[in-house]
Structures are given as structure tokens and as C-alpha cells.
Design a binder for this molecule. Structure first.
Ligand code: PLP
Length: 355
């Protein structure tokens, strides 16, 4: 593949205060871009100063929502910088691309582009405990025509944002409402793809839940409204009677990389982990009879997010005394330990980034 052209920013921005980063509010000095044209492939790979992207008013993404994205992080370790399982994200982006008829990315080249961008903006990787550099690759259909058809042109961009903890609460139990009206995705739809449209469809339930003081909603399947799918931007796991149960990947659930990593770690630790359908009745039954020992969400942004309250049909079920469960804490320590280089990376999950 081609070389990456680099145009450096003439003036560098002031870095934000690392004690109050929040999530996705600040952006680094540079971004990566390239364009795809059918018949020609990806071209014009470049790192340029972070800026607005001019877009044609008829661009496919603005009318038909052809957009996919990824979310991953780079971490400051004691002797450098590293990313966590980046090829998993690139491969998942290609699965999303296939679903939305967007072009595939060359895997190794995309990884190289990420590394070059991060190494140019490495001074933005925050150092404070719990902070990291969030990496947001995204791709959109960019045909300059209103015709409805698979895209012929696409744009791929990577932007970087120094972030703190995803939740203002940090690693504290969150309150989750089980959504029985709206649905996020159905089998055969785009649920397994990381695409903007899924989020657009989920905003209303999220907004209503937030107005009632919930952090996120727990989605049920779109057909029977019976089986647990996932939480907002996280997968979900339950510890019931010592066994870990997580919804199986039916096509309407996003295949999380944190989910996959937790399953691998939990099995190594000797836990029985089962991926299967779990109904809301089974879950609420376990909450009532005390066999639901812990519940937590898994995702890149928050890593592990313990669930302290599950509210279904206006009844509040307290989980693990609304405290951080022992296993959720252990998983959080293991994963963040690997990511920040404090725990030995036995599985070869981290990829170093050179300055
Ligand atoms: C990104 C995402 C997740 C979590 O995936 P990770 O790879 O663990 O970050 C879960 N659910 C949805 C809907 C997502 O978009």
C-alpha cells in the first residue's frame, strides 16, 4: 500500500487539564484521512492538522446514514505507549463495512496509520490514573448523488481524544433501566455492526432514561421483547449462582472486544462462562431470589461498569447491595492492569506504539 503523507500543524493546541477530561470533548492536533473510489481503491492517505471536513450536501452519509465507527484506546505505560487488541477493532470495522456496503480497510495498513497518528500526537496521551487516549476511526459513504445504491465513494478518518473516566461516577455501580418500549436492533438488521444508525435509533430511550436518573438502558431483543441483549454502549454479564452468563451473539448484539477478553480471562480463572439467551424473567427471578450475585457492563469506554440497580416495569432491584462486586473489581483490575502495562500481558494483547 501507499505511503502516508504527513502535513504537520503549524500551531499546536493547548492541552486540556488532565483532571477534568470527560469523554470525547478534546481533540489532538492531527487526524488521519483517506478516500476510496470504486475501481481505484483507497487513495491519498494522509495525516493532516485536525480540522472540519468539507462535505457535499448530497453526500450519502447525510441522507442515508452510511456510517460506521470504532472505539479503541492508547495507554501510557511506564516505558512507552500501547494499544489494546487494535487488529480486533480493525477486523470488526471490516465486518461493519460489509454489512453497510462500505469498502473494506487494508488491515495492516490501517494499523500502521493508527500507529503513525498516535506517535505524532503522543504528547496528548494523558498520564493520570484512569486516563487514556481514545481512538475514533470512522468511515462514511460519500457519493455526491441522491440515488439510493451501495456506495461508490467513501471517506475514512481517524481522530484522537484524551479521555478520563467514561462515567462521572468512575468505577461505581450504575442504575440501569430495562427498556420495554423501544428496541435497538433486530436479527437481520445492523445490531452487530458498529454503525451510527444504531445509536440514532437508541437515543430516545436513552434520553427518557436519563431524565429519570438512569445511566443507560438495558435492551431486550426486538422480536419477542424477552431476551436480554446489551446495555447502551456496553455488553452485559451476570453472575448467577457462581456461573457467568452473557447474552449470546445472535446478530443483534454488538460483539464487544472487552466482552471477548472478559470471557477469555474468566475461563482462565476457572469460571464457567455461558453464552446463551437469557430472558428478562429469568434475570429478574434471579434478582428476586438472591442468586443474581453480580451484574456488569463491558466496553472500551468504561472497561467494566458494575450495575447496582436494575429497574424493570418500575420495580427497582438492587444488585450486589449496590456495591462494586468482587468479580467486577477483579476483572477491572486485570484488564486495566494489562492496558496500562502494570499486569503482565501473557496473551500478547497489547501493541506498542513508538514515539
Ligand atoms: C462498542 C460497543 C460495545 C462494546 O464493544 P467493545 O469492543 O468492548 O468496546 C457494546 N455495545 C455497543 C452497542 C457498542 O457500540
Amino acid at each position: 500500500m501507499q505511503e502516508i503523507k504527513i502535513v504537520k500543524a503549524k500551531t499546536l493546541k493547548e492541552k486540556p487539564d488532565s483532571t477534568n477530561l470527560g469523554f470525547g470533548k478534546y481533540f489532538t492536533d492531527h487526524m488521519f484521512m483517506m478516500e476510496y473510489t470504486e475501481g481505484k481503491g483507497w487513495e491519498n492517505a494522509r495525516i493532516v492538522p485536525f480540522d472540519y471536513i468539507p462535505i457535499h450536501p448530497a453526500s450519502t452519509v447525510l441522507h442515508y446514514g452510511a456510517e460506521i465507527f470504532e472505539g479503541m484506546k492508547a495507554y501510557k505505560t511506564k516505558d512507552g505507549f500501547q494499544m489494546f487488541r487494535p487488529l480486533e477493532n480493525i477486523r470488526r470495522m471490516n465486518d461493519s463495512a460489509e454489512r453497510l456496503c462500505l469498502p473494506a480497510l487494508p488491515e495492516e495498513f490501517t494499523l500502521k496509520a493508527l500507529k503513525e497518528l498516535i506517535s505524532l500526537d503522543y504528547a496528548w496521551i494523558p498520564e493520570k490514573e484512569g486516563t487514556s487516549l481514545y481512538i475514533r476511526p470512522f468511515m462514511f459513504g460519500n457519493d455526491e448523488s441522491l440515488g439510493v445504491h451501495a456506495v461508490h465513494r467513501a471517506t475514512f478518518v481517524v481522530i484522537l481524544s484524551p479521555v478520563g473516566n467514561y462515567y462521572a461516577e468512575g468505577l461505581n455501580p450504575v442504575k440501569i433501566s430495562i427498556e420495554s418500549e423501544d428496541v435497538r436492533a433486530v436479527r437481520g438488521g445492523t445490531g452487530y455492526a458498529k454503525c451510527g444508525g444504531n445509536y440514532a435509533a437508541s437515543m430516545r430511550a436513552g434520553k427518557r432514561a436519563a431524565a429519570k436518573g438512569f445511566s443507560q438502558v438495558l435492551w431486550l431483543d426486538g422480536v419477542e421483547r424477552k431476551y436480554i441483549e446489551e446495555v447502551g454502549a456496553m455488553n452485559v454479564m451476570f453472575k448467577i449462582n457462581g456461573e457467568i452468563i452473557t447474552p449470546m451473539l445472535t446478530g443483534s448484539v454488538l460483539p464487544g472486544i472487552t466482552r471477548k477478553s472478559c470471557i477469555e480471562i474468566l475461563r482462565e480463572w476457572g469460571y464457567k462462562v455461558t453464552e446463551r439467551l437469557i430472558s428478562v424473567d429469568e434475570l429478574i427471578g434471579a434478582a428476586k431470589d438472591g442468586t443474581l450475585e453480580e451484574a456488569w457492563g463491558t466496553g472500551t469506554a468504561a472497561v467494566i461498569s458494575p450495575i447496582g440497580h436494575l429497574v424493570y416495569q418500575d420495580v427497582d432491584h438492587v444488585v450486589a447491595d449496590n456495591k462494586i462486586g468482587e468479580l467486577a473489581q477483579r476483572l477491572y483490575n486485570e484488564l486495566t492492569g494489562i492496558q496500562w502495562g502494570r499486569v503482565e500481558d501473557k496473551r500478547g494483547w497489547c501493541v506498542k506504539v513508538e514515539k
